[in-house]
Ligand binder design. Structure first.
Ligand SMILES: Nc1ncnc2c1ncn2[C@@H]1O[C@H](COP(=O)(O)OP(=O)(O)OP(=O)(O)O)[C@@H](O)[C@H]1O
Ligand code: SF4
Ligand SMILES: [Mg+2]
Length: 335
């Protein structure tokens, strides 16, 4: 599948992910957390697509649903394989398992996701043996793991060390090596640098950028940090309460912001530029509404400074405002 010379790697169509809320009595009507409430987008091969939004808006759920860590409530996810777009939910378990090797996840907190009883070498090699790519104890496995360690900036003498013997940045490198050892084509980085000091953050971001070039990777980069997402992404999607509200190239999103919510998020980025008088800070008032009972019409209307009657009743649909800049708003900041 080709669009404007860009190859679509993943096509996501109307994804809904509803989690049931525990009922307090059997008479009570079943309610759902609408963590993802109808998201459609294409992810192009070789790009880094950033995904931002406040805590709880459904970013991690979206990443994990694409990886089929849990089945979606509604919608389809197509993954390009040998020139064909295959629908992940229609694949038999064995085929899905093989495809999962090509789609990996890098977590926020590598410490809690690394088994403390396993050495770095065992952790990085575990997926390789589980997928039958190498045999346990094989010298070829050891050589390959050491090769991946070097690529990820880890000295090979660290092969036999345990997670607690590494610093936070090194542990994140082990997490990255574990994912990349499987030679994935698509990687979801979920707050991959959020737990690290700023100086280490930039080292890890540079490593991820270098690896992307060397290994021809495609990233979905989830973060709440707009400075990070601006630095690493080719395109950025902005989420609010389970929906995508704006999607554009990084330059477009920052230079021609169209959605009032995005404007408010961007206005809150700290700046050291004393000449930056252009930016009026827009305070986001009120709490994020519950994803169980989201507001009618535009879900952002309870906090939007541009809200009008129409916004309370009609759901705005994603519309291309030119230059592949999509926005879901009845009264975008620019016509
Ligand atoms: N497995 C689950 N079961 C029930 N509810 C869930 C589950 N996972 C997420 N949720 C709920 O879905 C909503 C979206 O959560 P999610 O973790 O995707 O948000 P997020 O944008 O990644 O937030 P953060 O920035 O804090 O990581 C939240 O209300 C959350 O409580
Ligand atoms: S549709 Fe209305 S309430 Fe929603 S973001 Fe646009 S102006 Fe604000
Ligand atoms: Mg999250």
């Amino acid at each position: 599948m080709q669009t404007e010379n860009k190859k679509v790697l993943i096509s996501i169509r109307d994804i809904k992910q509803y989690f049931p809320v525990k009922k307090s009595s059997f008479r009570e009507e079943q309610k759902y957390v609408k963590a993802n409430d109808g998201i459609s987008l294409d992810i192009y091969e070789g790009e880094t697509l950033g995904l931002v939004g406040e805590s709880g808006c459904g970013k991690s759920t979206f990443g994990r649903t694409i990886l089929q860590l849990y089945p979606q409530t509604h919608g389809d996810i197509f993954f390009e394989k040998d020139g064909e777009m295959i629908n992940l939910k229609e694949q038999p378990a064995e085929k899905l398992r093989a495809l999962r090797r090509e789609m990996q996840l890098i977590f926020q907190d590598p410490y809690s996701s690394l088994n403390p009883k396993m050495t770095a070498g065992q952790i990085i090699g575990e997926g390789l043996t589980a997928h039958g790519l190498y045999k346990k104890g094989d010298t070829a496995l050891r050589d390959y793991v050491m090769d991946v360690m070097k690529k990820c900036g880890l000295d090979t003498y660290m092969f036999g060390r345990y997670p607690h013997q590494f610093s936070g940045g090194q542990r994140q490198r082990i997490g990255i090596a574990r994912s990349l050892a499987l030679k994935p084509r698509f990687v979801v980085c979920d707050e991959a640098v959020s737990a690290l000091d700023v100086s280490i953050q930039s080292q890890i971001l540079n490593l991820l950028s270098d690896l992307k070039e060397q290994e021809h990777l495609t990233y979905l980069f989830i973060t709440h940090d707009l400075s990070v997402v601006k630095y690493i992404s080719d395109r950025i999607g902005v989420m609010y309460l389970g929906n995508l509200v704006e999607l554009a190239s990084t330059e477009e999103l920052f230079e021609r912001t169209l959605h009032p919510y995005t404007k408010a998020l961007l206005s809150a980025i700290p700046t050291t530029d004393v000449n930056d008088k252009k930016r009026d800070r827009i305070l986001l008032e009120g709490d994020i509404p519950s994803p169980v009972n989201p507001p009618t019409g535009c879900k952002f209307h309870t906090r939007c400074y541009r809200c009008q009657e129409k916004c309370k009743k009609e759901v705005p649909v994603m519309t291309d405002m030119g230059n592949n800049h999509m926005v879901a708003c009845h009264y975008p900041l620019e016509k």
